[in-house]
Every structure is written in structure tokens, then in C-alpha cells.
Design a protein around this ligand. Structure first.
Ligand SMILES: Nc1ncnc2c1ncn2[C@@H]1O[C@H](COP(=O)(O)OP(=O)(O)OP(=O)(O)O)[C@@H](O)[C@H]1O
Length: 268
């Protein structure tokens, strides 16, 4: 499924947050949004997922304006992993994952064998099958994150929107999650738009990277063009050396020692 965003402006109350954002994501691509805290990444994900209404601008899935697509149709095609997730305390992992099948059920129909197989597959893929009866409320941060990812997998979407999918995960599960996203993208052709804070991981796992800064889309392109000394200095306020990862065929950077840290991460 491809995505087109045209002239998007989004405000919270009177405060303008996203300013004239336009871009295209081709079907089957992995695009990662990076940017400093507060630059508008989550707001963009929330707007694409229709959680927020733009002040102006349009969003198209496969050339159809999302204003013309009904909610169930969107839910069948688009799975969203938000940054903040809530679930009542008596929901088990398996139950949470089963919610991913709801958009696919016919009116009044119960889940069938196919749905149960997809749920089992999602639980296996995320390493949760052996603990599927545990309550989500009793899980560690990383286990809970995997349960939510399993739910989005169960949706079998054509597009995945992931807002910081690796938060709370240890490095092994971070890698496993991103490998899983890549695998789903390659084997099922799922288009992926995600937010990551780790720029090196973004460069490694993305076809394209999008750089947000103060509500504007500052750069959009392939990782080898995006990850540059100038961009890291201008947008992220760090000095870094750029290298080539010949194994994964992508750039990576190592920040230089910061001798003057006082106030460096604060906004000017
Ligand atoms: N519900 C809200 N009401 C008012 N302002 C908000 C609301 N949600 C976010 N904002 C503001 O909008 C701006 C963009 O926030 P957003 O969460 O999109 O940034 P982000 O790039 O995802 O940040 P982070 O990396 O910290 O998650 C910030 O200035 C934030 O304070």
C-alpha cells in the first residue's frame, strides 16, 4: 500500500505543530522518521493513523483520500503501534493479540480456525507463545511491547505505522524487532513507516529516512544521503564521524566526545 501526504498542517489548540508536510512512501518501502524530541514525529504518525485531524492537507492510501475510506477498511489495511498504549489489567497476551483480528471478522461472526492460526503465528514470531495466558499488566516493559507488536502482526496489515517500536526493549529484542519488521516487509510486502530515535538503526533498516525538525520535514532520502556530519550537527547538535558499514551496506556514525555538555541538549 502506498502513502501520499500533501500539505499537512496540524495544530494542538492554536499552536501549529506540523507545518506544510508533503511526501510519498512507495508500496513496499521502509521509511523511518527521525528527529529531536518534540519535532513532531508522533504527531505525524497520529495524523496518518487518523487519530488526529489535520487543520489542512490530505492523506492518500493507494491514491484514495483517507476521508473517503471507512474506519473498518482502514483497520484492515493499516496497523498502528502507538507510543502510549493502554489495556485493562485483566487482558491476557493472547486476548490482546486477538484484537488484531477484529477488523477482519464479518459482522456477528466469531473467530475461526484461520484467525486462531494467525494469532498463534503472531505469538510465535514475537516469542510470546509460551506465556500467552499471562496478563499484559504483569509483564515487563519489553514483554508488553512485544505483545503489542504481536497484536499489530495479527492484523496482517498492508501498512504498519510504528511509533518507537523498540522502546523498553533490550538490545537483543531491539534487533529482533527490527529484523522482524524487515522480514515482514520483504516476505509480505508490508509498507512500514516508523519512528526511531536510534539513527544508526534507522540507517540500517530503512530504505529512506525522513528528518523532522520543529514541525518541518527537513530532509527525506536514502540513508547514505541523510546521515551526514552537517545534518547531525544542525539538527541533533552533535559532532560525529561517519563510517560505512560494509556488511549491512549503510552508513553509521560515532559521536565525538562532547567537551562542553552544559545546556547542549536544551532548545535554544
Ligand atoms: N496533546 C497535546 N497538546 C498540546 N501539545 C502537544 C500535544 N501532544 C504533543 N504536543 C506538542 O507537540 C510537539 C510535537 O510533539 P510530538 O510528540 O509529535 O514530538 P516527537 O517528535 O514525537 O517527540 P519525542 O521524540 O519526544 O517523542 C511538542 O512540542 C509537544 O509538546
Amino acid at each position: 500500500m502506498d502513502l501520499k501526504v500533501e500539505g499537512l498542517n496540524v495544530s494542538y489548540d492554536e499552536k501549529s505543530i506540523l507545518k506544510n508536510i508533503s511526501f510519498n512512501v512507495k508500496s513496499g518501502e521502509i521509511v523511518t522518521i527521525i528527529g529531536p524530541n518534540g519535532s513532531g514525529k508522533s504527531t505525524l504518525i497520529k495524523t496518518i493513523s487518523r487519530y488526529l485531524k489535520p487543520r489542512s492537507g490530505d492523506i492518500y492510501f493507494n491514491e484514495v483520500n483517507i476521508r473517503r475510506i471507512n474506519t473498518k477498511e482502514i483497520a484492515r489495511n493499516l496497523a498502528v503501534l502507538p507510543q502510549v498504549k493502554a489495556v485493562s489489567s485483566d487482558v491476557s497476551i493472547e486476548e490482546l493479540v486477538s484484537y488484531g483480528r477484529f477488523p477482519h471478522l464479518k459482522f456477528g461472526k466469531r473467530m475461526g480456525k484461520d484467525d486462531k492460526e494467525v494469532i498463534a503465528w503472531s505469538l510465535e514470531k514475537t516469542g510470546l507463545f509460551h506465556m500467552k495466558d499471562r496478563y499484559v499488566a504483569t509483564l515487563s516493559g519489553g514483554e508488553r511491547q512485544r505483545a503489542w507488536i504481536a497484536m499489530t502482526l495479527a492484523q496482517k496489515p498492508k501498512m504498519l505505522l510504528l511509533d518507537e517500536p523498540t522502546t523498553f526493549l533490550d538490545i537483543c529484542y531491539q534487533m529482533e524487532t527490527l529484523e522482524m519488521v524487515k522480514d515482514l516487509n520483504k516476505t509480505l510486502g508490508i509498507t512500514v513507516v516508523m519512528v526511531l530515535h536510534d539513527i544508526n538503526q534507522a540507517a540500517r533498516y530503512s530504505d529512506k529516512m525522513m528528518v523532522m525538525h520543529e514541525g518541518e520535514l527537513r530532509e527525506y532520502g536514502e540513508p547514505c544521503r541523510i546521515v551526514s556530519k552537517d545534518l547531525l550537527k544542525d539538527i541533533f547538535r552533535i559532532d560525529a564521524d561517519i563510517y560505512e558499514d560494509k556488511v549491512n551496506n549503510c552508513p553509521y556514525f560515532i559521536p565525538k566526545k562532547n567537551n562542553n555538555t552544559a545546556g547542549k541538549c536544551q532548545d535554544d
